[in-house]
Every structure is written in structure tokens, then in C-alpha cells.
Ligand binder design. Structure first.
Ligand code: PLP
Length: 402
């Protein structure tokens, strides 16, 4: 990292305005796709998956990356990550069955849901997954019958008001509760082998991770009688939506430094979801209606917050959206609303955009739409979810093809 401090870096990136959201797209390739597929559809770019995975692996060189399937569980994405040497973070029986069907082995996975039914534990063990996360005494009891078969990781809670999604509000025990849980496990013949945390998704500053690593390292050092094998630093690695995120190498540098204090032999795990999947998918939608209402133009799209844009509701994301047709940046722009197709008035994608005038049939592209989008889409009003078109490289400047 250069001489800027972490807070300065965060601030200077946050201040940058988002560049033309389509500038790096190969417009010709997108038009080819639009000619072939009916909107709305999403485009999953597997080369982007490679790029994101390798960038994060380079930024966290000694960490094992367990991709969090909940962000996007498309089988082609999972297969690609498997070929890149990724590990997988599971939370449900459905996810167990997905990875099993794709030839992934149980030992390549961890089960990180802090609250589980017995049948979920059983199914994961049957698959060969032996590492589970717990964060409370009741959950620990569920593992008494499987004491011989499992290794447990205790999830700690570090609140992160800065994160867009503060996951420590819902899960994780406090550092004060930790010794009691370790004793309970020991008295019942269960091995505790690690600590984990998730500081919250889309965390814009690395300092929450850094502080959580420092506290975890201190706890491991105090509880020297435990044979610690892993520290799992969760997800939270940010991407740029409307607000620019730090480059991943800069984001991870202070975390790597904090991890260097870990006791000898403790391995590092991370559970990235958004960082891998987010930039790998775009959504292509059409304008199906337009109306001038008051001072604003309303454009009605063929998908909205009940579909691919569902992350605007559940994930608090605001995706960069722009027309596919080239427009003059110095031309006329009008206050515009982008609305989804359902009959519900909450189904609005953007209230306050400045756009050139659009026509019915024009195409719009939403970027950074891989994580927590189609994963939480519904079929409200009987609109089907957008289909996913898988490509190798949408931005191939050399061949101009897909
Ligand atoms: C346990 C767990 N691990 C990993 C993730 C992925 O987090 P992110 O998408 O911020 O990388 C989540 C997200 O909810 C999670 O709950």
C-alpha cells in the first residue's frame, strides 16, 4: 500500500463518482446476445469469476477461499470455482446436494450456518462434511451424538454498523461467552478447532476485519490449551456499486498484516460470496412502457425488485444501470424513474436517475448483479425469474465475440 492511511484510502475511493457504467462493455457482443435472447435475462461471465477469484486469492495469499453459495448458486459458477481450486461454504441441505451433484467432496466444504436442524447436520455429515460452525450452548448440544465425527468452529460476533448488512446482529457469541462454550464442548468430548466471524456483508473499510482478527488472535493466545487449527474471517469483501470500493489488494493488506500475528500453524479460511459473484453477472432488461407523470419520465421495465433486482430490497444494493444504446453525454437528460413490471407500487428500481429520453423497446443493462439478486428473486404476479445465459467472456476486445 502507498502512504495513504486506510481511512484516507476509503474516503478517497468513496468520493470518486462512478464512471460510465457501460464503458468497458463490448456493446457489439451485448447486442448479439440481445438479438438471441428475449429479455429479461442475466448474463453470467465465467471469465469474470476467474478474475475475481484470482484477485481475492492474490490479496489473501495464505487463505483457503470457501465460496459462499448463498450469493449465487448457478451450477456453471460452482463448476468453474471447483476447477479454480475453490472450497465451498454450505448452509443448507439444498446446497449440500448441489455441490455433491457436481462432484465436490465433503472435505472441501465447511458448514457455516450457526443454527441447524438435526437432519441438516446428519445430511452434511453423510456427505462427508465434518466442520461446522456453532455460536451458542443449545447448538453445541445438537452435536453431542456426533462428537466423534465433527470438528467445530465457534462463531464470534463483532458488530459492524458500517457494513451494509450487519450479520453480527443475528449470529455469533461474545468473547466473554467463549470460554464457557469451549468448556461445554470439552466436557462432552467435542473438538473445538477454530474461531470464525462475519463482520457483515459489503464492508467498506477493512478495519472491522482487522479488529476482529486482532480480538480472535488475542482469544486464541489466551486460550492456549485449545488446539486451534483455523481462523475463519468470513466474507464482507466489498465491490463497487454506485459507491466505489477499495481495490481488493488495498482492502486486504491490513487484514493480512493482522493475520500474521496468528499462533503458528493456524490456517486462515475466508467465505467470500459477493466479491466472487457480484461482478460476474449483468442483467439485460427492456423498456416495455413509458409515461410522463408530473416532471418525471416513468419507464416500465420487464423486470424489477420482485425479480433480478430483488437485492435492492433484501441486500440494500443499488445497481449501476444504463441504456445500451450509445448516447451523447453532453446531450439532454431528464429526471426519470425506472419501474418494474408488477402491479405493486414498491416495485421501483430507481427513483431519481437523469437519463436521455428512452423509447419502448430500448435495452437497459444493470451491472454488478451476480450476488444476492436472482438468489432472492420471486415469481410474484407470475412473472418468471430472468433466465441466466452463461458466457465465457463478454468483454473480449480482441475477437469482438462472446
Ligand atoms: C456465514 C456466511 N458466510 C459468508 C457469507 C458471504 O458474505 P459476503 O457475500 O459478504 O462475502 C455470508 C453472507 O450472508 C454468510 O452468512
Amino acid at each position: 500500500m502507498d502512504k495513504q492511511s486506510v481511512p484516507e484510502l476509503v474516503e478517497s475511493f468513496a468520493e470518486q463518482t462512478h464512471p460510465d457504467v457501460l464503458q468497458e462493455f463490448d456493446r457489439a457482443s451485448l447486442e448479439e446476445l440481445v438479438a438471441k435472447h428475449e429479455t429479461p435475462f442475466m448474463v453470467l461471465d465465467l471469465e469474470e469469476v476467474d478474475y475475481q477469484f484470482k484477485a481475492l486469492q492474490a490479496a489473501l495469499p495464505n487463505a483457503k477461499l470457501f465460496y459462499a453459495l448463498k450469493a449465487l448458486s448457478h451450477p456453471e459458477l460452482v463448476k468453474r470455482l471447483k476447477s479454480l481450486g475453490s472450497y465451498f461454504d454450505l448452509a443448507t441441505i439444498g446446497e449440500v446436494e448441489l455441490v455433491e451433484s457436481l462432484g465436490i467432496q465433503g472435505h472441501q466444504c465447511i458448514h457455516t450456518h450457526p443454527i441447524k436442524k438435526d437432519k441438516e447436520i446428519k445430511r452434511a455429515i453423510e456427505f462427508g462434511c465434518t466442520r461446522f460452525v456453532v455460536d451458542n450452548a443449545e447448538e453445541l448440544k445438537k452435536f453431542y451424538p456426533y462428537a466423534e465425527k465433527v470438528e467445530l468452529i465457534i462463531r464470534l460476533s463483532f458488530r459492524s454498523p458500517q457494513a451494509i448488512v450487519d450479520l453480527s446482529r443475528k449470529f455469533g457469541c461474545t468473547l466473554e461467552e467463549l470460554p464457557e462454550m469451549v468448556n461445554q464442548a470439552r466436557e462432552n468430548g467435542i473438538s473445538i478447532v477454530g474461531l470464525s466471524f462475519h463482520v457483515g456483508s459489503q464492508t467498506m473499510s477493512p478495519m472491522t476485519h482487522v479488529n476482529a482478527v486482532r480480538s480472535s488472535v488475542a482469544a486464541m493466545k489466551v486460550m492456549r490449551d485449545v488446539k486451534w487449527k483455523f481462523l475463519d474471517i468470513g466474507g464482507g469483501f466489498p465491490i463497487s456499486y454506485q459507491e466505489q470500493a477499495l481495490p481488493i489488494a488495498d482492502f486486504c493488506a491490513p487484514i493480512v498484516e493482522a493475520l500474521s500475528e496468528l499462533p503458528e500453524g493456524v490456517e486462515v479460511f475466508a467465505e467470500p460470496g459477493r466479491f466472487i459473484a457480484g461482478p460476474a453477472m449483468i442483467e439485460v432488461v427492456s423498456v416495455v412502457g413509458k409515461a410522463k407523470r408530473g416532471a418525471r419520465m416513468w419507464y416500465y421495465l420487464d423486470d424489477g425488485v420482485y425479480g433480478g433486482f430483488s437485492g435492492q430490497m433484501y441486500d440494500h444494493a443499488t445497481y449501476p444501470v444504463a441504456p445500451l444504446k450509445p448516447f451523447d453525454p453532453t446531450g439532454d437528460f431528464y429526471p426519470s424513474v425506472l419501474a418494474g413490471p408488477t402491479c405493486d407500487s414498491i416495485d421501483v428500481v430507481s427513483e431519481d436517475m437523469e437519463l436521455p429520453e428512452l423509447e419502448v423497446g430500448d435495452i437497459l443493462i444493470g451491472k454488478q448483479m451476480g450476488a444476492y439478486t436472482i438468489a432472492s428473486a420471486t415469481e410474484f404476479n407470475y412473472y418468471p425469474k430472468p433466465k441466466v445465459v452463461v458466457v465465457e467472456d463478454i468483454f473480449d476486445p480482441e475477437t469482438g465475440s462472446l
